[in-house]
Design a binder for this molecule. Sequence first.
Ligand SMILES: Cc1ncc(COP(=O)(O)O)c(C=O)c1O
Length: 483
Amino acid sequence: MEDEWSRWGLDLHVHLRPGTGHGLRTGLEHALRDAVRSGRLRSGTRLPSSRALARDLGIARGTVTQALDQLVAEGYLESKPRSGIRVAPQPAAPPAEIAPPSHATLRPVRGIDLRSGFPDLAAFPRREWLAATRHILQTAPNTAFGYRERAGAVELRQALAEYLGRARGVSTTPDHIVVCAGYAHALRLVCQVLRHHHGGSAGAFAFEDPTEPDHPALVEQLGHRARRIPVDRDGLIVEGLTDESAVVVTPAHQYPLGVTLSPARRVELVSWARRTGAFIVEDDYDGEFRYDRQPVGALQGMAPDRVIYAGTASKTIAPGLRLAWLVLPGGLLGALREATRWDESSVNVIDQLVLARLVQTGELDRHVRRCRARYRRRRDLLGQAVARHLPHGRLSGIAAGLHAVLRLPAGSDHEGPLLGHLAARGIHVEGISPFYQRPEQSPLAIVIGYATPAEHAYGGALSALVDALRERMPAIELQPRSG
Ligand SMILES: Cc1ncc(COP(=O)(O)O)c(C=O)c1O
């Protein structure tokens, strides 16, 4: 028997699984319970008569009646003389759950993984991590393993203050730093801190367009408003900002386009924040990786009083560590204490002390330098492959980071079919459209993360990508594939 559907009211589908007798009744019960719990069937909504429902679903009226009786008994429905069966009043919905960030859903895939968001996990500094762990376990006093400060281990905050000052131009001291369990945790803390700072009121957050869509979604789930402001080749178009209480930017390497916030825009952005009293949230997710010159220093160094700086070990070491940090302006430290009252760092203390040790011994710097050389080679190979075999494709965002954007010439497949074509060949990349507020207006482009394949597999991964793309390019695009 085929699945059966019944539709009534505005937009309600009851989906019955195939089965017979008892199975149909429980199927209908499940479907109705789900519809009431999820709010698709609101309290007070009148259900169709059991006869109409049975006809729609193609099942016996007795089966429908039994299911409805059951739900009346459970309190989902109520039956009143002369008004039929209605959805009963339901308890208030629990607070919205926080959606996991999309990075959390970046599970390993079979085949060639060219999605952005991962470093080369094979480069994890196992030996150095092990040596530092051994050192910590041999030397840390017993008190190190007790309850820790809510802001994170002081040793790590000291090490980060020094490292961020040296490597990223961040101007801070350990008491302005809080250790977080990844960027989503950091952004959640920022939302709470700003709410405390504004006496409990929600505010409006501006995000770049395009951006990682989970970030505005997270902010909205925490009760703030989220807006998008377009980005051009100089980064965020600061003129688009109005009365937002915060703006989230990726100045070193815009995510996902890869442009750098220009010096003029940096000045303009800081002036806007000073003028309006807003805060700038600087998401410095891959700032260590710059290939054409010295890394561009953090915006925070320009305005430590207005910039909330967020950094992470997800790109420099590995996302599985769930290690990130915030650097806050002095004016927000009171609000931070309030916000962290119930929210202590959930990064275990040994990992914090190990990272502190890697910074103190210079191992983190050496690791980042090794990775930078490796990623630069990969980026160069990607650039060469595009120039040779996809000459009408335009690669951008390659000066930094671990991903690039490849714009495709007019006449190529649309994004959906193109990604499907690649996936059918075992190649996983992202289209750019989900990063835009209006995906239908996005350019035709793919985001290529070039850090993930193992070193020995990278050349093969690139050839497979280029070959598969060429199968979908307009004829003008095609050049000999040799060389
Ligand atoms: C734009 C952006 N911000 C921040 C992060 C870091 O996220 P997390 O610390 O949760 O790994 C990422 C990781 O991919 C990112 O793409």
